[in-house]
Design a protein around this ligand. Structure first.
Ligand SMILES: C[S@@+](CC[C@H](N)C(=O)[O-])C[C@H]1O[C@@H](n2cnc3c(N)ncnc32)[C@H](O)[C@@H]1O
Length: 359
């Protein structure tokens, strides 16, 4: 019976019956299989989990995002009704910290319809606990439920979206796949050649062996929400590890207990992710008619919003927490920590100026 099998065994059965699958299919199964996917079971966050995210490092992260959102709302002449949608809200910490700050802007909370998109029941329960007072609505699809202005926030969400990989051969590209060899899961290449001309201009001429990654799921989300933002006004803010140019490079990674592991081992029990191609998100957002800010680093974005001043004020008010606050500031902004690896992407309806982005 299927229930007696681990997700790895179920994937192996599928591979032996149907042959190799794309990396995107493998990632989708490993992360969101309805019964045994990584993001459908346990809470993966925090020191006791597999990784720690920025909102879990310091309350200041969410507070500054709250300040950023209030500023956009004010620039739009304070619309009396808008949707605030968070993609992958984790434990609800970012939004809790953001709304604690936003409540100080008169009228913001009355106008705000909070919408959350989440697959993980354990995390949904934590979101309900932290955000219940704001009457959130959990959407089953990535879409907004009204035609009001729309603000979208996504921290470390797009890195969990499935990617496909293409490897340059001697004269054509081939999709990288997951298959079985001697009963073991291995990477291989599809025999079907993809001509150089069908790849983006920026990666044509790559040397044999180079890898180009693309996330169709991320492009779809930007297209869907971007079209709404163009028609309804608003903005999308995405923070994640990633890169700005269309380029080659292999970034698929697997993490378990804060350490890197083989992406093919134990699907469903390890976190699989890939760096976000913000250049690809930009192309889609501009195609639907949005204005896209120059990509910022987490360090510059938080710096522009006043993280140093906020950390100083917080430490002054809580001298016993001085060391902890200083360590969090360093972790979020130092170039050798999250400061420059993490980028901040903002696409908006063009009638506003987003804070924290290069001129
Ligand atoms: C890396 S965690 C980040 C959580 C949170 N934003 C934070 O910064 O702490 C990714 C989040 O996206 C959710 N998620 C991942 N894949 C998803 C999918 N396909 N659909 C909906 N939610 C998803 C996870 O359950 C989790 O809440």
């Amino acid at each position: 019976m299927a229930d007696d099998h681990s997700l790895g065994e179920l994937i192996d059965m599928q591979l032996s019956q149907n042959g190799p699958m794309s990396i995107a299919t493998y990632m989708s199964l490993a992360l969101t299989h309805p019964r045994s996917g990584y993001y459908t079971g346990k809470d993966p966050l925090g020191a006791g989990g597999d990784f720690v995210t920025a909102p879990e490092i310091s309350q200041i992260f969410g507070e500054l995002v709250g300040f950023f959102l209030v500023n956009l709302w004010q620039q739009m002449d304070e619309p009396p009704s808008f949707t605030l949608l968070e993609l992958g809200p984790g434990r609800g910490t970012l939004m809790q910290d953001a709304l604690r700050v936003a409540v100080k802007a008169e009228g913001f909370l009355d106008a705000c319809h909070l919408q959350l998109f989440e697959t993980n029941p354990a995390l949904k329960a934590q979101q309900a606990e932290r955000l219940g007072q704001y009457n959130p609505y959990w959407a089953s699809e990535i879409d907004a439920v009204s035609d009001d202005p729309l603000f979208v926030v996504a921290n470390e969400f797009f890195d969990a979206m499935p990617i496909r990989q293409f490897v340059k051969g001697e004269d054509a590209w081939h999709e990288r796949q997951v298959g079985l060899r001697n009963g073991k899961r291995v990477f291989g290449l599809s025999p079907i050649p993809i001509p150089e001309a069908s790849m983006p201009e920026e990666v044509r001429g790559a040397a044999p062996g180079e890898i180009y990654e693309v996330s169709l799921a991320s492009a779809d989300i930007i297209h869907q929400l971007g079209t709404r933002i163009r028609n309804q006004r608003g903005a999308l803010l995405a923070i994640d590890y990633g890169y700005g140019d269309i380029q080659t490079g292999e970034t698929l990674q697997a993490v378990r207990n804060h350490a890197y592991v083989d992406p093919l081992e134990a699907p469903g029990e390890i976190d699989l992710s890939a760096h976000v191609s913000f250049g690809a998100l930009r192309i889609v957002a501009e195609e639907v008619g949005l204005t896209v800010e120059k990509l910022s680093t987490q360090r510059d974005f938080l710096g522009g919003l006043g993280i140093v001043e906020r950390a100083t004020a917080l430490a002054r008010a809580n001298p016993e927490r001085m060391d902890e606050i200083g360590a969090a500031l360093k972790r979020l902004t130092a170039p050798e920590e999250m400061g420059t690896l993490f980028k901040v992407f903002c696409a908006h309806s063009g009638d506003i100026a987003a804070l924290g982005f290069p001129a």
